[in-house]
Design a binder for this molecule. Structure first.
Ligand code: NAD
Ligand code: DAU
Length: 343
């Protein structure tokens, strides 16, 4: 059987590295697919998150490429034979987008356009070519406490520079479908958590700080609500959409597990046997979205996917992983440069 090659962008980041570790090397997937992973290795991308698995598996290859560099993207990827893309790479942290929006436009918007241009070239010689954009629930904006969850038909109303850049990318993806007929899919997922997440994000930050009895910075009153999904559930859904989704469609993905931030922090404190006096209420995030919730009826009905892991079980597993892998967090934080998000 001739194997197909899929390009994975952002494979050294949180969700991408879990995708590489858990989907790309699954026996059934390995039989049919090779994966070419590209990543520019920003502060958020760490080759050591996937090095062991890339070395062990012949169906995986890696190259350091920055999607913002259009000439390099064009010349390198034009010569690579691949029949699909799963585009995870992005600047992903809302707080960083508030203090410095430019790179969010450069990577999330212009980087996506560079990838779309190459994809279109590939599509011209391969009508089976498929492009999957990994997007976010944040493109829909914020919900009030009693509003129904976001469906795929909800208007795009992003509030932060991060979500605006992601919404903009989604619209360019749509335009490549409508204008040039490029076969595209878009997934929009809620808040992920699990192993290999950068300790600047809520759950790993709270775990790392609580472990060493440091203060736990809760924005505002801690009343904001997020819909949490375990990263493996998200990645299973991504693969279902990539292999079975209907071209041109958007699929919402979520954990059906809404949690108030303060409750999440308290659960982490309890599990680690620490004291709630560690909680430190700090100045709220500017434009802080109150609530996200995803209506996942469409993906359930059309593709038969649903999240498997409960929040309680997933959180326990995640805390255990961070306890056992404190060297990983140490290395990530040592590498991180908090004033400039590129190398
Ligand atoms: P992450 O920040 O952990 O990883 C992003 C990866 O992209 C890193 O490896 C980084 O090095 C790479 N990257 C950044 N700029 C690049 C560039 N110019 N060229 C090439 N590579 C570049 O992010 P994540 O949490 O893994 O998110 C992955 C994707 O999923 C993003 O598109 C994000 O918007 C989306 N998403 C994330 C969540 C979540 O809760 N984390 C939820 C829904 C959707
Ligand atoms: O909803 C999907 C999105 O989830 C993804 O698209 C983003 O890439 C991802 O970063 C995440 O965005 P959030 O802003 O929701 O995640 P974050 O972990 O930064 O914050 C979660 C909530 O916790 C949010 O309400 C802000 C709050 N928070 C966060 C941090 C880092 C705190 O109270 N204190 C903190 O120190």
């Amino acid at each position: 059987m001739i194997k197909k090659t899929i390009l994975i962008t952002g494979g050294a980041g949180f969700i991408g590295s879990n995708f590489v570790r858990n989907i790309c090397v699954r026996t059934d997937v390995k039989k049919e697919f090779d994966f070419f992973i590209i990543d520019s290795l920003t502060y958020a991308g760490n080759y050591f998150s996937i090095e062991d698995v890339v070395n062990k598996n012949k169906n995986l290859s890696f190259e350091q490429i920055d999607l913002r560099h259009s000439e390099r993207v064009m010349s390198f990827l034009k010569s690579l034979n691949f029949c699909g893309v799963i585009h995870f790479a992005a600047e992903s942290h809302v707080d960083r987008s508030i203090s410095g929006p430019d790179i969010f436009v450069e990577t999330n918007v212009l980087g996506t356009i560079n990838l779309l241009k190459v994809s279109l070239e590939k599509f011209k010689t391969n009508p089976q070519f498929l492009y999957l954009q990994i997007s976010t629930d944040e493109v829909y904006g914020s919900l009030g406490a009693n509003d129904p969850a976001f469906t795929e038909r909800h208007v795009l109303k992003p509030n932060s520079p991060y979500s605006s850049s992601k919404a903009s990318a989604d619209l360019f993806v749509r335009s490549y479908y409508k204008t040039y007929g490029l076969p595209v899919l878009i997934t929009r997922c809620s808040n992920n958590y699990g192993p290999y997440q950068h300790p600047e994000k809520l759950i790993p930050l709270m775990i790392e700080n609580a472990k060493s009895d440091k203060k736990l910075p809760v924005y505002g009153k801690g009343e904001n609500v997020r819909d949490w999904i375990y990263v493996d559930d998200h990645n299973d859904a991504v693969w279902e959409v990539f292999t079975k989704g209907k071209i041109g469609e958007v699929y919402n993905i979520g954990g059906e597990s809404e949690q108030v931030n303060l409750d999440v922090v308290k659960m982490i404190i309890k599990k680690l046997g620490k004291n709630e006096s560690l909680i430190n209420y700090v100045t709220d995030r500017l434009g802080h979205d109150l609530r996200y919730a995803m209506d996942i009826t469409k993906i359930k009905k059309e593709l038969g996917w649903r999240p498997k892991k409960t929040f309680e079980a997933g959180l326990d597993q995640t805390i255990d992983w961070y306890i056992k892998n404190s060297m990983w967090s140490k290395k990530v934080l040592e590498r991180a440069n908090y004033t400039n998000s590129t190398n």
